[in-house]
Design a binder for this molecule. Sequence first.
Ligand code: SF4
Length: 218
Amino acid sequence: MRRKAFRLYSTYLKQRFNGRVHKISIDAGFGCPNRRGGRDAHGCLFCEPGGSGSVGIERDAAIPLQLERAKELMRRKYRAKYFIAYFQPFSNTFAPVDVLRNCYDQALDVDAVVGLAIGTRPDCLPPETLDLLAEYDRRTYLWLELGLQSIHDRTLNYLQRGHDYQCFLDAYQQAKARGLRVCVHLILGLPGESREEMLATAEEMAGRRRKVAPVACA
Ligand code: SF4
């Protein structure tokens, strides 16, 4: 059997936590600065009305209930032992620090939740929020998941992202300065991008990982 050239994230998590770990998408009710601060129809060209997120997410339930129900399902289906609460739809740092703290704590209080993944935009990370994330990083296993999609400003403009690549770089550097694990979301195959441009995005992210990120997933 041929060996894989990379280690699967699921394998890494299993080794780290000594058991199968699954991410559970939860909707904490945040809006998005790129949707006029709420959940209206504007925003990134590719964004679903529901702001993305797994199928079956129980958007109207309280955070602990969303987690408990998904846990049951994942235990049955995948024999998962531990869980990472993934704040996925919309921008999950788009609120005052005390509101964020309350939501993150609700998730961490749920039995067998061993970490947090916080999805957001690079222009939604003021210093006090980054400090809060650094605090949670010391308490638990935390990933900051940053939407970028492409390093090319022409594409970001086309996508109506509402920020440029430099904005991402600034946020990334601030996060890394606080020791955070950063996962970057990219889309390959965007309209108008050549193969070379797509490869440039991938290479830039891979290079960034070698330079500064001890662990990164994109
Ligand atoms: S930043 Fe995220 S939630 Fe907001 S419009 Fe873009 S993809 Fe959707």
